[in-house]
Design a protein around this ligand. Structure first.
Ligand code: PMV
Length: 327
């Protein structure tokens, strides 16, 4: 088997119907499905170089060496499939703040699996790459695809049906997304720990899991019909319901800061005044405002004026994970 250097890029994604909770820790299987949009402008670029002179995998993220941890574990799965033992050098660069609730693990593991499968000479289907990306981070399974994407919870014990599939390509409904960064630092509690803590201690967690299927149906139908109003309602509901489950954990998880709340109110005021926009918030303090085509700049201006907002970015929906160079 010939191994060669390969590079891939993948976009971050933002869930409209959130994933929060697992049915299996080992295989990283979600307790329920989720629906997301893949972004064009927030991306990870990852180069994987198999190198027989290395004793162990080496992972460099944004120029700083990191423990190989989950990156090495995902590489092990790919190496086993390829019948290879070679250690790899993995160099990853994000064009947005890492680990601050902007889904860097989603774009990161989608880019890793795409680059590493190419580097190790594996020809994998998108569904297989989605399954492998999920082992690194649940949301990464969705970043394999572009546009609107649904992740299935699956039922099988081996997780082979817990994979994502595309609903619409980006061009079919080119919504815009404004990201309001309210804190540039890393989040205090990562999503894996936050999820497990919520599952263990929040009395609202069972209600959260039970109601996701209904939200998925509504969101899927709204996307098919390009019904922005319905998508706005169900997306805000899903985000707030997820945060309600976290707030009710013991001790409660509070990811928001005052600027997060200011942006949420600003988005609702804009919508009340006729702008096509809704908000969503993940396991961090940043607010993502999803807008009808052409509304992004106006929304960015309004969010940029909120006290505590450090930066706003406007982007659109983008493609799935792609190899950009390689054999
Ligand atoms: O993929 P993880 O383990 O980083 O979890 C993602 C969790 C949320 O971003 C809060 C929700 C989601 O569906 O992306």
């Amino acid at each position: 088997m010939s191994v060669q250097q390969a590079t891939a890029r993948a976009g971050a994604n933002i869930a409209l119907v959130k994933y929060w909770g697992k049915r299996d820790q080992q295989l990283n299987l979600p307790a329920a499905g989720s629906i997301s949009i893949t972004l064009a402008g927030l991306e990870t670029r990852t180069t994987v170089t198999p190198d027989p002179s290395l004793d162990a995998d080496c992972f460099v993220l944004d120029d700083a060496e990191q423990p190989a941890g989950r990156v090495g574990a995902v590489l092990d799965l790919l190496r086993e499939m390829a019948g290879e033992a070679t250690s790899c050098r993995v160099e990853s660069v994000n064009n947005f703040p890492t680990g601050a609730g902007l889904a860097s693990s989603a774009s990161g593991f989608a880019a890793l699996v795409t680059a590493a499968s190419q580097a190790l000479g594996l020809e994998l289907s998108e569904a297989k790459r989605s399954e492998l990306a999920r082992r690194g981070s649940g949301s990464a399974a969705r970043s394999i695809f572009g546009g609107f994407v649904e992740m299935d919870a699956g039922q099988r014990d081996d997780g082979s049906d817990a994979v994502a599939h595309p609903l619409l390509v980006a061009e079919d409904w080119p919504l815009e997304v404004v990201v309001a960064v309210t804190d540039c630092g890393s989040k205090a509690v990562g999503s894996r720990d936050g999820m497990n803590h919520t599952m263990r201690t929040s009395p609202y967690y069972p209600a959260w899991v039970e109601t996701v299927a209904g939200d998925l149906d509504l969101a899927r139908r709204a996307i098919e019909a390009r019904n922005f109003e319905v998508l706005a309602e169900v997306s805000e509901h899903s985000a707030l319901k997820m945060h309600a489950s976290m707030l009710a954990a013991r001790p409660g998880l509070v990811y928001w800061n005052p600027a997060t709340l200011a942006c949420i109110h600003a988005v609702r005021d804009l919508r009340a005044a006729g702008t096509g926009v809704f908000f969503t918030v993940d396991a961090g303090p940043q607010v993502k405002a999803v807008c009808l085509p052409g509304e992004g700049e106006r929304v960015a201006q309004a969010l940029g004026k909120q006290k505590g907002v450090a930066k706003v970015m406007v982007t659109g929906l983008g493609p799935g994970a792609l190899v950009v160079t390689g054999p």
